[in-house]
Design a protein around this ligand. Structure first.
Ligand code: ADP
Ligand code: MG
Length: 472
């Protein structure tokens, strides 16, 4: 086989230096055998991926035929899929491609009982049986430590319900929302509760990444039946960050089978995700089954809840946080609870080390780089009403009024939803800007629209366009 390295093509990779070196080598040496190209490919891959990834996925592949096309032996089809899915571009740069642009490689799946050594342990550890699935919940992620507010009250009570009666209330419970808003916290909260109150229940909490690692380890160790038995005998299965299962076809199938076996025998499943089931690229059957359970959104906490979280976190570390300072911080950090937590920790350390008494200036010095840019000054209730009025063809004065006619009431609810999403004021203040509505009317409208958005694609698009106009 003749493989001449093409400089142009390979330079598109991020680790250009490695490829450059290989290119120079290649050009100097002229033609190369398949085995040489394979070993150059391996050098390239060492620079591309982490050591663990390399050892677990790439190193077990062997070049067994030095002919054209090259023949690679893989321990199982998952490794083959992984290589093709993740390194297609690299493969087609090193090896010839067919007319459809696929790399011309023959794969052979290794037979026999020989075990391939797994280089690095992962969490959970490589599968040598049920004992390897031990999981430790984060001690502070309990229901008691979870501060409630309008954005998470509903989901917290659903989680409590599920924990109290696993498999008998909502199944599956699907929690979705942005980063750092408490999804994992609630998942572990359920885990703690089940551990304490249903001691006999078989419980497993796992991130999708750990599930995949577990699956790979068991495949390597030819103990896949053991793994299936383990997962399919669970009473409560808590799955974190399911979005990482998307586009991982080979793993999706095993996960979906486990999901179906458990759900069909009324075993409790709780899933967290950064998006609702309908937006996940997963098997339609499983998505449909997820939607038949309880799908609940966890939103960004409003100002009052952010203040309560700050005060609670400060209390936990014996740090005195005056109320006006808590408000000041909460007005500037609003997307993410994890950042609120970080702000309290940093501020407390800053005051202690510098021996300072807390005031707004101290907060600015300690936290200004964490402060999120305030919402653009232009965004106001007036602006929202103006945009909604033109998008939904209804008068602004009607939106501020009290008419319950559907054609007016629905756009008004959308405007309220957008106001809560886009403005950082307290709910009371926003509500009163809608012609003196109450805080609970605003909240009701927000919840209603948030739920409808989970399944109504058309509404989602219209709201996106309105939002775009408001923020433009
Ligand atoms: P997610 O999984 O949604 O990305 P986490 O559950 O990891 O977020 O939460 C991030 C951090 O914020 C954690 O330390 C968690 O304890 C804390 N947190 C989130 N929501 C709350 C809440 N309502 N009350 C108290 N702490 C919270
Ligand atoms: Mg999480």
């Amino acid at each position: 086989m003749v493989v001449v390295f093409r400089r142009q093509k390979c330079l598109s990779f991020s680790c250009g230096n490695i490829v450059d070196n290989l290119l120079i080598q290649g050009c100097e040496m002229g033609e190369k055998s398949s085995r040489d190209v394979w070993s150059n490919f391996l050098s390239f891959m060492r620079g591309q991926c982490s050591r663990a990834e390399y050892e677990n996925w790439i190193a077990p592949i062997q070049c067994i035929e030095d002919r054209d096309p090259i023949t690679l032996q893989v321990p199982n089809v998952f490794v083959q899929g992984y290589l093709l899915e993740n390194y297609h571009e690299a493969l087609t740069s090193f090896f010839p491609k067919d007319k459809k642009g696929k790399p011309l490689i023959t794969f052979l799946v290794k037979e026999g009982k020989e075990r391939v050594k797994v280089a690095h342990s992962h969490t959970p550890k490589s599968g040598e049986g049920e004992g390897s699935h031990a999981f430790r919940f984060n001690d502070s992620y309990t229901f008691d430590n979870f501060i409630e507010g309008p954005s998470n009250q509903f989901i917290k009570s659903a989680a409590l319900n599920v924990a109290a009666r696993p498999g008998k209330s909502y199944n599956p419970l699907f929690i979705h929302g942005g980063v750092g808003l408490g999804k994992t916290h609630l998942l572990h909260g359920i885990g703690h509760f089940v551990q304490r109150h249903h001691k006999k229940k078989q419980l497993q909490c796992i991130t999708i990444e750990a599930f995949i690692n577990d699956l790979v380890s068991h495949l390597r160790n030819k103990s896949i039946d053991k793994m299936k038995r383990y997962y399919r005998n669970l009473d409560v299965f808590l799955v974190d960050d399911i979005q990482f299962l998307q586009n991982r076809l080979n793993f999706e199938e095993e996960f979906c089978n486990t999901f179906e076996v458990l759900i069909n025998s009324n075993k409790q499943i709780v899933i967290t995700s950064d998006k609702p089931p309908g937006q996940l690229q997963l098997s339609e059957r499983v998505v449909a089954r997820m939607e038949r359970g309880l799908v609940a959104h966890i939103g960004t906490p409003d100002l009052e809840t952010r203040v309560a979280i700050l005060q609670y976190k400060a209390e936990q570390i014996d740090f005195t946080l005056p109320s006006h300072i808590a408000f000041y911080i909460a007005e500037h950090i609003y997307h993410n609870v994890r950042q609120l937590e970080g702000a309290v920790n940093r501020l407390s350390a800053y005051c202690r080390i510098m021996n300072l008494k807390i005031d707004q200036g101290v907060v600015d010095s300690a936290l200004s780089d964490m402060f999120q840019a305030p919402p653009r000054a232009k965004v106001s209730v007036d602006r929202i009403l103006c945009s909604v009025s033109s998008m939904f063809n209804v008068r602004e004065s009607d939106l501020r009024g009290n008419s319950r006619v559907k054609e007016v009431a629905f756009p008004r609810q959308i405007a309220m939803y957008l106001a809560k999403e886009l403005l950082r004021d307290s709910l009371m203040k926003i509500a009163s800007a809608f012609g003196g509505k109450t805080h609970s009317t605003l909240l009701y409208a927000w919840k209603k629209i948030a739920r409808q958005l989970e399944y109504d694609e058309m509404l989602r698009r219209r709201i996106q366009m309105t939002r775009h106009n408001i923020e433009a």
